[in-house]
Design a protein around this ligand. Sequence first.
Ligand SMILES: Cc1cc2nc3c(=O)[nH]c(=O)nc-3n(C[C@H](O)[C@H](O)[C@H](O)COP(=O)(O)OP(=O)(O)OC[C@H]3O[C@@H](n4cnc5c(N)ncnc54)[C@H](O)[C@@H]3O)c2cc1C
Length: 486
Amino acid sequence: MKTSYDVLIIGTGIAGLSAALALPKSLSVLIVSKDYAWECNTFYAQGGVAVAKDAADIPLHVNDTLEAGAGHCDLEAVKTLCSEGPRAIQHLIDMGFQFDTDDVGNLLYTKEAAHSTNRILHAGGDATGRYIHLFLMQQLPFPILYNTQVTDLLIDHSTCYGVRVSNNDRIFNLYAKKVVIASGGVGSLYEYHTNAKTISADMQGICLSHSIALRDMEMMQFHPTAFVLGNSVRKQLLSESLRGEGAMVVDEEGKRFVFEYDPRGELAPRDVVSRAIFKHKQATGKEVYLDLSAFSPEHFKERFPSIYFNMTNIGYKVPEQRIPISPAFHYAMGGIATDLHGNVLHVNDLYAAGECANTGVHGANRLASNSLLEGLVFAARVAKEIIATFDDRKLPCAFSETEEVLMKENDKVLKNELRHLMWNTVGIIRKTKTLHRSLNRVEAMLTQPIGRLLKLRLLVSREIIISALKRKTSLGAHYMKEEKTL
Ligand SMILES: Cc1cc2nc3c(=O)[nH]c(=O)nc-3n(C[C@H](O)[C@H](O)[C@H](O)COP(=O)(O)OP(=O)(O)OC[C@H]3O[C@@H](n4cnc5c(N)ncnc54)[C@H](O)[C@@H]3O)c2cc1C
């Protein structure tokens, strides 16, 4: 098998596939994927893609994004996202992708929390991510190496030369002139999450092991409405669009209690609704539900076919029956620090795009449906940067193929303890004292005889905790509960 490429892309989500599609076919490009290509968050995205409807809507989209980000966004990054978004969407449509339209072909825009207007495009009703993923895969001219987990970056003197991978228990190096990290977020660090099973913060951990900066790691988003009672590791998300189109959050008595926490009720930003549900459950000890009675059965089935199918399969008669809900970890605003062209700071020939990256675009909280758009816009920028700086004369550099043991016997037990600890103490509501306690425990786990993959998870968890401890006051998704001093 060939082991040297012009460009190597880690990840087959919207960011990895979009970057690949924007590169010339004359380059040799390899995409590596930890599992099947579709086992990624992109595939599971339901609600849609946010995009300014026209030129007048661009500044409004900028404002909504800044407001959701709680004053912590990078203004240039937000302007880039919102102004380049319409072109990225038009490009997708020109390639042949079909968003949902009305009978005469007008695009259908829906509304989601914290958007001041209807500007969310969707496909297949509530299967936007699956439709986009399939479409991008169909266009792809480059090969994918499946079941291939990147376990290290090959870096020498601040230049990246490729990656070390594990494929069917074989460890080997893949060399490339340019490497793009598009490996998604950190979902599996948390006990309850909505993410694909491949999303376990490996690349963020590898970056930390090379002293590559992560930014805003305290900024983790929890989705308010997930069905967490099922057995699967990935919890079933109940899309934001449900609330945008009339679903209500109620307690056992049918009371819409979210209004007691915010006048916008169910349409308040995610962190507000998540905390309201979390606190209400804690205070009353009672179950919280998503009430779907605003939908007729026919409309619900047509507009939300995936949710209809999944919930019916579990045994819920929707929309007639209300669904018990809980918040769950959903999205990482924090990530590998990059500039607006996707360059990873202080490392040559290494790029990051999509959920793994932090351009500052989401600030302290992501506006709903801005992340698929981020994948399209910033991956295209990475491809442009690669083309502009491509140097065919880059000299190869050889690295050994030895690797630390990836997994050890007791790792599973510690991994589950870590996920529990992250959910309970580094989740929706954080306290200084418990954060310190968790930090000590994570440090202790790092001193035990553990495999490399667990070590990477622990490094990222430690970074999230340290970042949370540094930000002493609440901001956006980061919520610190004040503790009474005795
Ligand atoms: C249930 C759900 C619903 C969502 N709904 C929406 C929505 O409606 N609108 C919206 O804008 N956003 C939504 N999001 C968020 C959005 O889907 C993600 O932020 C986005 O798809 C991330 O794309 P990505 O390409 O960066 O990463 P992903 O799509 O997650 O892809 C990551 C890829 O990296 C690979 N990978 C990871 N680690 C390694 C490794 N070590 N080695 C090799 N490969 C690796 C994975 O296998 C995968 O192929 C949703 C997320 C979830 C979980």
